[in-house]
Design a protein around this ligand. Structure first.
Ligand code: ADP
Ligand code: GLC
Length: 487
């Protein structure tokens, strides 16, 4: 099967969160299963051409694309996804992508991703490469399914091309004013109250992806059910309900070539479940780095996260005083909204001997925290899949998570099964969070049973192979739907 994989971020080129991990790993797993995959990503300024060996594609040359009133010059650079033969196509348009960030809140954010969606399709035309599937990911790629069915429907090249739209996070919807329809060269009569592209008087890229793709999926089975409800649907539940027969859940996998305590290139010592001594050495180094005293009786709780309300930091704020009374140390890595950054900075100032905070994005440190912490906390308000709890399992770092979305699908609470892999709580309340952390700290004191939990988690396997097979099944389903619609 031939797959065009569209994403706004991918490891190792550009990353803000888990979408990048998925986009850097799933295409490789698909290739191993026999698919031919081409990855498409904007050529952001921050991507290092030399480091990743990017080459300008002269055959494709210049692609003029009209956005709003201006015609922009688009070019394509190519490279390979490290560790594979997956061709990566970087859609270049300095006007839009030479900015400091992957996502901006600039007035032309819509145009940046309109250009990307159209740029990909026009690149496919110039390559004369007809994918069986255009696999779109989240709102930045939500227009491609519409373009295939509308603006580019004339092109026979795409007569058998179906689309899959993967929702990684329904909380980010790419909502722009009605004018954006014009910028995107979409038929204006497609926009009316309740239309497949309209959301509360605005143009929604997310809704467009949902309504125009052949098949939709999200990144865990539980989240696939949750987003059909008003509590989790973030306003998209009615649109999703219309498409619920085409909505699936596939749990994300993990790239164990990146995230494995036996081979991780970012950690100073390696270990496996046979011998966890080196894990303690890493904890010692990590604590030393942050000038916190090591005491083997005190558990170290790690957090690595975007600092946004999705991740449950309102609960942490409410619970902070009680959490600080517990006998634990904390290392927190993240960046995001000012109010959460501020809260964690204050905690560090008030409790310098037990709390260390690093505000920023630091890949190496994220690996160190995964390896060096004893406990990993993810009290998310909602969590489509979540990857850090899965990494934690592999690193023998026992996760404490709120039982929602992918967290519910990956962490087995110790109290329910003898063979638990972590601790979960259900209520979105400070009390439930404090109780769960307390229980985990108590369990840490019982060395033998603690080790059992660690080893159980380390034995779990969330490799991409299983999930990639499920994606191939969805691709086949989408292709079939496309076929039927032509008949
Ligand atoms: P989300 O995509 O909602 O942010 P995930 O758990 O799926 O959540 O993925 C988050 C990814 O981003 C993980 O790979 C995590 O290690 C990484 N990450 C988040 N914040 C940081 C940070 N401040 N520094 C380094 N890596 C981070
Ligand atoms: C999103 C979600 C996260 C998921 C990631 C990759 O950013 O918030 O839960 O793991 O996408 O699918």
């Amino acid at each position: 099967m031939k797959i065009a994989f569209l994403t706004s971020e991918a490891v190792p080129f550009a990353k803000t969160g888990g979408l990048a991990d998925v986009a850097g790993a799933l295409p490789k797993a698909l290739e191993l299963l026999g698919c031919e995959v081409k990855l498409f990503i904007p050529k952001y300024y921050l991507i290092d051409e030399e480091e990743f060996n990017l080459h300008y594609n002269w055959e494709i040359g210049e692609i003029p694309i009209k956005i709003s009133k201006h015609t922009r010059s688009v070019h394509v650079y190519q490279s390979l996804l490290p560790g594979s033969n997956v061709e990566v196509n970087f859609i270049d348009c300095p006007h839009y992508y030479h900015r400091d960030q992957i996502y901006t809140d600039g007035f032309d954010e819509d145009e940046r991703f309109i250009l990307f969606n159209r740029g990909v399709i026009e690149t496919l035309q110039r390559m004369k490469w007809a994918p069986d599937i255009i696999h779109c990911n989240d709102w930045p790629t939500g227009l491609a399914p519409l373009y295939l069915k509308e603006n580019y429907a004339w092109d026979k090249l795409f007569q058998s091309t179906a689309s899959l739209f993967t929702i990684h996070n329904i909380g980010y919807q790419g909502r722009f004013s009605k004018d954006s329809i014009k910028h995107a060269s979409i038929r204006e009569d497609l926009f009316y109250p309740g239309s497949p592209v309209e959301y509360h008087g605005d143009f929604s890229f997310m809704k467009t992806g949902i309504m125009f793709s052949d098949i939709i999926n999200t990144v865990s089975e539980t989240y696939a059910k949750e987003i059909l409800t008003p509590e989790f649907g973030a306003g998209m539940e009615n649109s999703l309900d219309k498409r619920k027969d085409d909505l699936y859940g596939i749990l994300n996998g993990v790239d164990y070539s990146e995230w494995n305590p036996l081979t991780d290139k970012f950690i100073p010592y390696h270990y496996s479940s046979d011998d966890l001594k080196n894990k303690i050495k890493i904890k010692q180094e990590l604590l030393k780095k942050f000038k916190i005293e090591f005491d083997e009786k005190i558990p170290l709780i790690g957090i690595v996260s975007r600092m946004v309300s999705q991740k449950g930091f309102d609960l942490v704020e409410e619970a902070a005083n009680d959490l600080m009374k517990l006998n634990a140390q904390w290392i927190i890595l993240g960046s995001g909204e000012d109010r959460y950054e501020e809260m964690f900075r204050n905690l560090q100032q008030t409790y310098p001997d037990k709390v260390a905070v690093y505000i920023g994005f630091n890949n190496e440190l994220s690996h160190l925290v995964e390896a060096g912490a004893d406990i990993f906390l993810m009290p998310s308000l909602y969590e489509p899949c979540g990857l850090n709890q899965i990494y934690s399992l592999k690193y023998g770092t026992v996760p404490v998570v709120r039982k929602t979305g992918g967290l519910a699908d990956t962490v087995i609470d110790r109290k329910i099964h003898n063979s638990g892999t972590g601790f979960t709580f259900t209520d979105y309340s400070a009390k439930a969070l404090i109780d769960a952390v307390k229980k985990t700290i108590d369990a840490y004191a019982e060395r033998e049973s603690w080790q059992k939990i660690q080893v159980n988690g380390m034995a779990e396997n969330f490799s991409w192979e299983n999930s990639a097979k499920k994606y191939i099944d969805l691709y086949k389903l989408a292709a079939q739907k496309k076929q039927n619609s032509k008949a």
